[in-house]
Design a protein around this ligand. Structure first.
Ligand code: HEM
Length: 188
């Protein structure tokens, strides 16, 4: 693995840095309905270099850490980490994430410059239980009681601004729940 600053991180290069935002809206499942949690957060993306797989595929990777706090009591209620990877040859973005509920996933998507909005990069990835390439791994408890069936995540980033929306379809409390999170952040 090389760790140099002249690596081509492609559209991911816009992410590198420390971001914070206080416009977060979380819609999460509850036994008798849903909870709506306004939040603020800090996300740190660090360029960590490139990786070669099977002497062929070249990935440029960022590591990130996302710390999310409820506005109502300042407590951290979501802590997430993982990697964003860029495969320039295939114009493919990969996003791996782990949350301490016993859930991990690898989402993927194709990047096309033609989808950029107002000079900002649009990064769109998804994973699903039914997808043979981009899939979700979860503990036996979560498979039985709070199964994440699919995940989509769209980030729009550029000009010092980052906005995202993510959607998780979850089987919980005997029904399907659409768990969503979104926020607008500024580069620090
Ligand atoms: C900003 C990001 C996120 C926030 C703020 C957030 C917040 C929450 C909250 C408040 C709950 C309800 C917990 C409870 O009732 O005790 C929840 C449940 C859940 N979340 Fe998230 N979440 C986020 C992202 C994710 C992601 C990325 C995944 C999976 C890919 C995920 C999967 C789940 C699952 C499976 C549950 C059901 C567990 C339960 O309610 O008992 N969440 N989340």
């Amino acid at each position: 693995m090389n760790k140099t600053t002249d690596i081509d991180y492609g559209p991911l290069s816009e992410l590198i840095g420390i971001w914070s935002g206080d416009k977060g809206i979380d819609i999460a499942p509850e036994a008798d309905g849903e909870e709506n949690n306004p939040y603020y957060e800090t996300i740190t993306f660090a360029a960590i270099g490139d990786v070669r797989n099977a002497e062929t595929q070249l990935l440029a990777a960022l590591h990130y850490r996302q710390i999310v706090q409820r506005k109502s009591n300042d407590k951290i209620f979501h802590d997430e980490t993982g990697y964003w990877m860029w495969d320039a040859k295939e114009s493919t973005i990969m996003h791996s994430l782990t949350i301490p509920r016993g859930v991990s996933l690898l989402a993927g998507g194709t990047y096309a410059e033609s989808n950029d909005i107002d000079g900002k990069k649009v990064l769109l990835v998804s994973a699903s239980m039914d997808d043979k390439n981009w899939n979700i791994v979860q503990s036996p408890f979560m498979q039985n009681s709070a199964k994440t069936k699919s995940f989509t995540h769209q980030i729009t980033v550029g000009k010092g601004e980052l906005s995202y929306k993510e959607t998780m379809e979850i089987d919980i409390y005997g029904k399907q729940f659409t768990h969503t999170d979104s926020n607008d952040l500024l580069r620090q």
